[in-house]
Design a protein around this ligand. Structure first.
Ligand SMILES: C[S@@+](CC[C@H](N)C(=O)[O-])C[C@H]1O[C@@H](n2cnc3c(N)ncnc32)[C@H](O)[C@@H]1O
Length: 310
């Protein structure tokens, strides 16, 4: 597979510009994927620089290993969930890093690879795990969650208005026969939402189940919280997100860490001053240029936020 057919890195120049503040620093790419961003980061690093690339998906690690072969002395690849960043760094005696990159979600390869069961366009066994070593998969979510749990997942993680009706239809259908494939799930959704809203609802329901399977939002909060203690002064956190739920978490985290006061919540009591841990570099999220959006449709929903450790 050619490098770019695996996944085209999004907002590559913007990432390099904001992330790499010192060329002999230690960087973490917490969503390594095919190593598209990592490759360019390594090109910028001097011989003393180092990149730790982490991905939960073994296939991504393998692909990145091939792509990054020529940087062997500068890289270490770790097949774990980045939510374990504190342990990953401590176990390597690393106490500070100069930057963390998160390019969230799944890669084009994961979406297109039928056996991973992510896409509503195929008809494969429901899976959606980034990490095949975990037991929870989409098959379990769809076939064993209660109607209420399913509705909540679809509503909260997919922001789908018809979540209750879709959940009821899933539960009715699985009482007849176990729902095995992405195609079967897609036709259940289509039987509730027809017409011009169909594609959007399919995307929302599949996104919701993927987020649940991979516990993406809780893990994102953990990564942000736990990485903060390792970022050196002047070091950066760069996050590229692809939907509003992720972006909101990043925005709130950055703003809370950049706050100079803790509000008392009472107008008769003064706010408590605090020392900010972060300075927000992007007041508004950056977006891909028109040219990139034209060349790579995946970049259209990308939002990049950057913060610097004080
Ligand atoms: C959008 S892709 C990254 C693509 C990469 N930047 C590139 O240019 O090739 C996201 C990758 O992050 C991985 N991933 C997402 N969340 C993760 C997490 N919490 N821990 C480890 N890997 C994660 C996915 O398995 C996927 O391979």
């Amino acid at each position: 597979m050619s490098d770019s057919s695996y996944h085209i890195p999004v907002m590559l120049n913007e990432t390099l510009e904001h992330l790499v503040t010192t060329t002999n620093g230690i960087y973490v790419d917490g969503t390594l994927g095919g190593g598209g961003h990592a490759e360019k980061i390594c090109e910028r690093l001097h011989t003393d620089g180092k990149l730790i690339g982490i991905d939960a998906d073994t296939d991504a690690i393998q692909e990145a290993r091939k792509r990054l072969q020529r940087f062997q002395s500068k890289i270490e690849l770790v097949n774990e969930n980045t939510a374990h960043i504190a342990n990953i760094l401590r176990s390597r005696n690393i106490s500070t890093i100069n930057g963390l990159l998160l390019d969230l979600g799944v890669s084009s390869f994961q979406l297109d690879e039928a056996s991973k069961g992510f896409s509503f366009r195929g008809n494969e066994r429901l899976d959606m795990r980034m990490d095949r070593r975990q037991s929870l998969d989409a098959h379990i979510v769809v076939n064993s969650y209660s109607e209420e749990e399913l509705a909540d997942v679809i509503f909260h993680y997919g922001e789908e208005r018809l979540s209750r009706r879709i959940a009821r239809r899933i539960v009715n259908q699985r009482a007849v026969a176990v729902i095995q494939t992405t195609g079967e799930l897609a036709s259940i959704v289509e039987s509730v939402v027809g017409g011009k809203f169909k594609m959007k609802s399919l995307a929302r329901v599949f996104q919701a189940i993927r987020i649940e399977v991979n516990d993406e939002l809780h893990r994102l909060r953990t990564i942000l919280n736990d990485s903060l203690q390792f970022i050196a002064s002047g070091g950066r956190i760069v996050v590229i997100s692809y939907h509003s739920l992720e972006d909101r978490i990043v925005k709130i985290f950055f703003n809370e860490c950049a706050a100079k006061f803790i509000p008392s919540g009472n107008k008769f009591q003064p706010d408590t001053p605090r020392i900010p841990e972060l300075m927000v570099i992007t007041k508004k999220p950056l977006e891909a240029t028109e040219v990139e959006q034209h060349n790579n449709p995946r970049s259209r929903s990308a939002k990049m936020r950057v913060a610097e450790r004080t």
